[in-house]
Design a protein around this ligand. Sequence first.
Ligand code: ZN
Ligand code: ZN
Length: 167
Amino acid sequence: MSTTSVPIAPFVRLFGRYLREQGLPVTQQREAVAQVVFGSDAHLSVEEIESILREEGDRIGKATIYRTLDLLVKSKLVEEHDFGEGFKRYEHRLSRQPDHDHLICRECGQVTEFKDPELRRMQERVAREHGFVTSRHKLEIYGLCAPCREAGATLEEQGLTCPIETV
Ligand SMILES: [Zn+2]
Ligand SMILES: [Zn+2]
C-alpha cells in the first residue's frame, strides 16, 4: 500500500474544524479513521480501513468507520467511489494528482490512476460543442490489468444479444 508523502496532520485538523462547525464532537476514533484515509494514496474499502486500524491497535467498529467516512465525504476532503464491486472505496482529495481518472481491473480490483491532457481537451471540446458548462467529470475504464492478462484472465462476454431478429 502506498503511503502519501504529504503531511497529514493539517488535514486531520481541517476535518476537526469541519466537525466542530457541524457541532459534532472531535473524537479520537474519528481522528484515527481520518488519519488512515489521509495517510494513504490508495482507494480504500471499509474492510481495508478497518484492518489498517486493527494493525495500529485501534479497535473501531464498522458503524463508526462508516459514519466517519460519511462525514469525511460531506466535508469534501474525501471522495467516495463506487467501482461496481458491491462496496464503496474512499480516497482523500489532497492527492498529488488532483482531477485524475481511473482504470479498474475486473479481475483483481486494482485501481490505477491516470491523467491525460488530451482527454481533458477532448472533454472541453465536447462540452463546448453542446453549449455545456462542465462542473465535474468522472471517467472510469473497466477491463483487465496487464498482470491479470498475462496470468491468462479473460473478460466475460458482456451485454445481451439483440432479441430482435434481423433477417
Ligand atoms: Zn488485475
Ligand atoms: Zn483515484
